[in-house]
Design a protein around this ligand. Structure first.
Ligand code: 5GP
Length: 306
């Protein structure tokens, strides 16, 4: 299928959705949002429709001057058609989606050391992490009393969280790891895949998937579907961080540590271009550190075959 995207960023987004095996349709519907003397005077055509999520997505990746009118259109659409589920993705959000999916990692690494002035805010201190992880461990031990559980960690962000959590759990646990291919350098036909699978058979056993942060929920959705096919006795999620404002796939999380705002966070296992995982706290880096990310040159042919 050839799609005539209006803007390269739309093609990038389509590739991102393809990678996560999410079906999409480009600009399938136009909604009347303004009338003049009983005649339609204004239409709004959201960029994408995701049938599996029954959701429209509008990207605002172009000029800031376009953001305000788009906001207005989205607001009108929501008011006039309350049954229509529409999300506006801002340029910042969109770039971060690409960054966190690993996009841009292959670029030259120019950040080598943490400088104090790179940190904008410490969101969660080491003590807060310790206290919350201990409470999660207790709760899990209570909920699964009399059972054994397999902790499946998603590499690599869970490194520290999993190690700390497992030591706070007092029922028998087995530990295994999963790794997904990252989006970096993905070709148009690439799809998210498990590159390192778990070794332990999970058929008939209780599985607790350990995630560092749940953002759109797409990573989780993909992994949960793959694990569920193997018939575990139960399958639940413990996520250290939850960013519900960005959710596209709304799967309930049984255990969460902290909710975080939209800013990209690092530390305690979470990286920025493979750095900062070893910080003992969770923090937000200054915007300048991220500059240039998500701005990889677009494909020269915006209508390249999918
Ligand atoms: P999702 O598929 O839910 O959008 O993204 C989940 C994955 O993206 C996480 O496992 C994590 O690797 C990455 N991610 C999402 N948000 C952040 C963030 O703020 N900081 C870091 N370092 N990684 C993130």
């Amino acid at each position: 299928m050839r799609v005539g995207f209006v803007h390269p960023s739309e093609q990038e987004f389509a590739r991102f959705l393809d990678y996560y095996r999410i079906r999409w349709v480009y600009e399938p519907n136009s909604f009347p949002i303004g009338w003049d003397d009983g005649r339609v005077s204004e239409m709004f055509t959201p960029d994408f429709y995701l049938p599996e999520y029954d959701m429209y997505v509008e990207l605002t990746t172009m000029k800031q001057s376009l953001v305000t009118p788009k906001n207005r259109k989205v607001r009108l659409l929501k008011e006039l058609y309350p049954g229509v589920n529409v999300r506006l993705l801002y340029q910042k959000d969109y770039q971060q989606l690409l960054v966190q999916a690993g996009y841009g990692v292959l670029e030259v690494l120019d950040v080598h050391h943490l400088r104090k002035q790179d940190i904008q805010q410490i969101l969660i201190s080491p003590t807060e992490l310790e206290t919350r992880v201990r409470a999660l461990g207790r709760k899990i031990s209570r909920d699964y009393r009399g059972e054994a559980v397999i902790l499946v960690g998603m590499l690599k962000g869970i490194t520290f969280f999993l190690a700390d959590l497992a030591r706070q759990i007092t029922i028998p646990v087995a530990i295994d790891y999963l790794a997904l291919a990252r989006y970096a350098g993905a070709q148009p036909h690439d799809r998210v895949t498990i590159v390192r699978d778990i070794d332990i058979p999970i058929d008939g056993r209780h599985v607790l998937l350990v995630e560092d942060i749940v953002n759109t929920g797409l990573t989780l959705e993909f992994v949960m579907n793959r694990l569920r096919e193997r018939n575990p006795a139960s399958l639940e999620v413990v996520a250290l961080l939850d960013r519900p404002t960005r959710r596209l796939a709304a799967r309930p999380l049984k255990y969460t540590g902290f909710q975080v705002p939209n800013d990209y966070v690092v530390g305690y296992g979470l990286d920025f271009r493979e750095l900062y995982r070893n910080l003992p706290f969770i923090c937000v880096l200054k915007q300048g550190v991220y500059q240039g990310l998500g701005s990889r040159p677009a494909s020269p042919d915006p209508a390249a075959p999918k």
